[in-house]
Ligand binder design. Structure first.
Ligand code: ATP
Length: 292
């Protein structure tokens, strides 16, 4: 039996614009995704067997059957490889809040693809793995790439952002718990994009800041905030709490409900986390995962 463990990192969206709804029902976006060092630990082992995929997860909210994104990735990998004489076991130690807008499931799936590739002697190039992942979730190609990326299309068309000036900042995540049902979020976004000025699909000022190595806090944007915060006073209130603790900027990640604050100093993020704890608010102090 061969086993490999991988850290599956969460992401935040420093910028997220929904460009338009496509004829296939998906939405084109323009986004900057940033990996952060909050991670699930995903252990994958392969032994001789009958093609079964067993999955366990420490979080009871996560389905441990064929619908799990990690299991779907394993099934797709073995199918593409044409291998049905092995069994796969996947163990997920969950730390990323589930349904939080942090791509936890996609990251677990990416970790499984990467682990299976390693265990089977790297039969697939990185782009092939991304293509297998994209068939299951639009965020999986980003999770396989990591670091900081510009993302277009449905989020699966990505290019890495490499700068020489490395920004140093910390990220504090807070979550009101629960989830924002994805169909509700997209229904509200559909109404919103019909009424706002046409969006050309470019990422302006924040990209310049990132290339210049500046801390990305001046031009954070997320279209989902415009439609979700007015209907969710709990999330809007939590954003104010986060700013009150001294965050340089704060925003919702993806379609929420997790929010993140940007802090110039790690110690300030840790102090803010303590302040929030006194109020009974759970938070996670993180650093961006930078690849350069
Ligand atoms: P995204 O940011 O990509 O929209 P998310 O962070 O909001 O995703 P996830 O934590 O990935 O949400 O979970 C979304 C749904 O997928 C949940 O309903 C969850 O039950 C299901 N799911 C399937 N597999 C997993 C997994 N390995 N980890 C977490 N959730 C999973």
């Amino acid at each position: 039996m061969k086993a490999v463990s991988k850290e599956a990192y969460a992401k935040i969206n420093l910028y997220l614009k929904v460009a338009n709804k496509r004829s296939d029902g998906y939405h084109n976006i323009a986004s900057i995704m940033q990996q952060i060092d909050l991670s699930d630990t995903v252990t994958v082992s392969v032994s001789k067997g009958d093609g079964s995929i067993d999955i366990t997860c420490t979080d009871p909210e996560v389905p441990c059957d064929g619908t799990n994104i990690a299991a779907r990735c394993a099934r797709a990998f073995l199918g593409r490889l044409g291998k049905n004489d092995v069994s796969v076991r996947i163990g997920i130690f969950k730390r990323i809040p589930v349904s939080g807008g942090l791509a936890g499931g996609s990251s677990d799936g990416a970790a499984v693809l990467s682990a299976l590739n390693e265990i089977t002697g790297n039969p697939f190039a990185e782009n092939d793995l991304k293509a297998i992942g994209a068939g299951i979730g639009a965020d999986i190609p980003f999770c396989l790439t990591g670091g900081t990326c510009e993302c277009y299309g449905i989020g699966d068309s990505i290019s890495e952002i490499n700068t020489y000036a490395v920004p140093s900042y910390s990220v504090l995540l807070v979550s009101p718990g629960g989830s924002v049902p994805t169909p509700d979020a997209y229904r509200m976004i559909d109404e919103y994009i019909l009424t706002r000025p046409k969006y050309e699909g470019t990422i302006p000022d924040i990209l310049d800041d990132i290339y210049d190595g500046k801390i990305p806090c001046r031009y954070l944007q997320n279209d989902f905030e415009n439609v979700i915060l007015p209907t969710r006073p709990d999330i809007a209130g939590l954003k104010r709490e986060l700013l009150d603790t001294g965050a340089a900027a704060a925003m919702m990640s993806g379609s929420g409900p997790t929010l993140f604050g940007i802090f110039r100093r790690h110690g300030d993020a840790a102090a803010a986390s303590e302040k929030l704890k006194e109020k009974g608010i759970r938070s996670w102090v993180c650093k961006p995962v930078l690849k350069f």
